[in-house]
Design a protein around this ligand. Structure first.
Ligand code: HAM
Length: 433
């Protein structure tokens, strides 16, 4: 019986896996330049962590968590995001007392959300992100936004549209929530089911609705910037000034409210549109969180961070580079060993192990006896650059016969010299291309 992959999840072949790895390597080097250090956290967490952070009224907690009871009757979830876990580790390990703040980390790994799968939206996807916790400065907000912009450019994604907004401090947001609830009360009978629900749970999220008829109503809604406290307005102006000074282009989007409840002050998203105007949704997003550390039992310290959706980065890069989607499931090999004549396959296996011990390059063979012609075909299918023939003579004289598949040149090499010869063959093959 054939068993399908779970809906919303994907198998990544070798080529796709290499693309992910390449992006992660590049993001790692940007993280290094910005002095973020790497942490690795569990994939399963207590459900309570997200109720207290992402929020009971968020879509993630209400509808999207992969939650289950373990054998010890604990209610656990496959993590639906990273930020809460990072703050949890900050609090649990009392990091504020151990280091000179800010606590600057980067992380990557799989994330799980029970969403409706579509292009660029999966139920298991991969995030890479950074958080800076412990110092309350608009300079750090600007630095994290700049990190994201620089990272996208470094991996090869230009023409990014950076959308930013501020949700203000508690007073500004509470006042605005009242004003906007009052406004939407008057129109809600004409609006979609989700908007009706959000009016009860989290009215600000109505601004996120993408339904065209609702958009008309949303456009005319009161704007958050008219209800900001002086401190929040100044903070937002300071961040935008810093972005201007760093030549980071941005758009202020007053409908950007984000779907996770822990944000206050600045929030932002990075978007990319194809030439035909198509988008996969945000490539990455983040914002400032004033109370999350305290909410999770720690000191009253703020944080700011962002996470990229690596699956979306891969998709966009494939489009930019016009890469075909064809997978190559062959495993790469540089030197392919072939038994010749009546030699025992075990003797060739011994040579294979000896060569591998020397390290440096990839060696392989076929582990069953086959005719010479078949073995050469197999080596060609693997795109092997060199064949190493081992027959009676080679075993008796302690030699290897090596053939360059590109130039067709063949040479006999003493086994004790093999390491050096193979090294020079590798470099000459690099020059040959
Ligand atoms: P988020 O906006 O929920 O924020 O997710 C961040 C990114 O993950 C999105 O911009 C998108 O690229 C990607 N993403 C989200 N859902 C999916 C999906 N179903 N399939 C593929 N990719 C997806 C957060 O998770 C916050 N923790 C970001 C943050 C960090 N805020 C502060 N620090």
């Amino acid at each position: 019986m054939k068993i399908n992959v779970v809906k919303g999840t994907r198998d990544l072949g070798p080529k796709e896996t290499a693309r992910f790895q390449e992006i992660i390597d590049k993001l790692d080097s940007i993280s290094y330049f910005y002095c973020f250090t790497e942490v690795t956290l569990p994939i399963i967490e207590h459900a309570q962590l997200y109720k207290r952070s992402v929020g009971e009224t968020s879509d993630i907690v209400r509808k999207e968590m992969y939650a289950f009871e373990d054998k010890g009757k604990r209610l656990l979830v496959l993590r639906p995001e990273f930020t809460a876990s990072i703050v949890r580790t900050f609090v649990n390990n009392k990091i504020h007392a151990l280091i000179d703040l800010p606590f600057k980390v980067h992380y990557h790994g799989p994330i799980f959300r029970y969403e409706r799968p579509q292009a660029g939206r999966y139920r298991q996807f991969y995030q890479y992100g950074v958080e800076s916790i412990g110092v309350n400065s608009p300079l750090i907000d600007a630095e994290v936004i700049t990190y994201g912009y620089a990272a996208l450019s470094f991996i090869g994604i230009e023409n990014v549209i950076l959308k930013i907004n501020t949700l203000g401090d508690d007073d500004s947001r509470n006042k605005y929530r009242e004003i906007i609830s009052e406004y939407f009360q008057k129109h809600i009978h004409k609006m979609c089911h989700d908007c009706n629900e959000r009016l009860q749970t989290n009215p600000l999220r109505i601004l996120d609705c993408k339904i065209p008829s609702d958009q008309e109503i949303i456009k005319k809604a009161p704007k958050i910037h008219d209800y900001l406290s002086l401190a929040s307005r100044e903070r937002f102006n300071e961040v935008t000034k810093l972005l201007d000074q760093s030549d980071i282009p941005f758009e202020i989007d007053q409908t950007l409210v984000r779907g996770l409840d822990y944000y206050s002050e600045i929030v932002f998203e990075y978007h990319y549109y194809s030439d035909e105007g198509k988008t996969l949704g945000a490539l990455g997003a983040g914002g400032h969180y004033s109370h999350l550390v305290k909410e999770l039992g720690g000191p009253d310290l703020p944080g700011v961070g962002l996470s990229f959706g690596v699956d979306r980065l891969v998709e966009v890069l494939k489009e930019i580079e016009e890469d075909d989607n064809e997978e190559d499931y062959n495993s790469f090999v540089l030197f392919y060993l072939i038994p010749v004549g009546d030699v025992k396959i075990e003797d060739v296996y011994d040579v294979l192990m000896e060569l591998r011990k020397q390290g440096g390059y990839s060696y392989d063979m076929y582990h069953e006896k086959k005719p010479l012609k078949t073995l050469i075909q197999k080596a060609k299918k693997r795109d092997a650059r060199f064949l190493i023939f081992i027959g009676e003579d080679e075993l008796k004289n302690n030699t290897l016969t090596i053939k360059n598949m590109k130039t067709e040149e063949q040479m006999v090499v003493n086994r004790q010299d093999a390491k050096q010869v193979i090294r020079s063959l590798f470099f000459s093959s690099m020059r040959e291309g």
